[in-house]
Design a protein around this ligand. Sequence first.
Ligand code: SF4
Ligand code: SF4
Ligand code: FES
Length: 286
Amino acid sequence: MAQSTLAETRPAEPTPAQTAPAEARETPATQAGEITLRIFRGDNQGGEMVDYTVLVAPGMVVLDALHQVQARHAPDLAVRWNCKAGRCGSCSAEVNGRPRLTCMDRIDKYPADEPIVVRPMKAFPVIKDLACDVSWNFRVNRKIPAFQLRTDRPRQFSQAEADRVQEFRKCIECFLCQDVCHVLRDHEQQEEFCGPRFLVRVAGLEMHPLDAADRVPLLKKELGIGYCNITKCCTEVCPESIKITDNAIIPLKERVVDRYYDPIQMLLQIVSPRPAPESSPKEGER
Ligand code: SF4
Ligand code: SF4
Ligand code: FES
């Protein structure tokens, strides 16, 4: 059933049961075909969880349910979205405690008799309701030197080399990996650690066969790759199925270890300092 049809058949005005704070009452009884959406309402000063009754339609996703709440109960509910197709990365939130793209999260996978709890991403400051301030990510991004073309080899590379970096270019910047990473989420080390999304970006540049820049010192110092302890939580939530830990972070960690902690490499660096980036070997590097 189309959402516009549903809206015509239900009252537009909020009822007390639909707008009262969740702490103050029981979950409203839902009828067949209805679910309860429990949504954070508030800002960076605090807020409360509020229950809304939503009529379920076939194929509905959490973002549809949020839009129904906006249309019929709470027009001031702040929700970010753009594509509704899992491409723009803007509808990220936490659904039942797990970072998700709400536009790709089917309602019918959740038990109908329990509220579906939707909160903003915890790792970022809340602006209002489900909208977070993710601008810290863009400040981190500016620290990473852009692609620099090598001039010492032909502009050709193998399919395998292309495939390797292509995985990292699938990133849609949803920041779900940033949200789940305990270094940012629980330990709030945003000053020290760039988070998995930007290790993916660095991997896409560093492993490009035609890139000349050297970002290994940046990885060790400003981006704080040593803070990652390979829990793989970021890989588990990535909607693009990027193998963040295995294919990006671990190879980058190995480059840092080779440069700074391998005694033979350290000796070589002293005896024969690293050449200028334009002549850095790229082929065959991890
Ligand atoms: S693997 Fe590293 S970057 Fe990914 S969530 Fe764990 S600590 Fe964070
Ligand atoms: S790496 Fe995956 S989870 Fe992280 S921002 Fe990119 S698409 Fe989202
Ligand atoms: S609305 Fe674009 S990814 Fe969900």
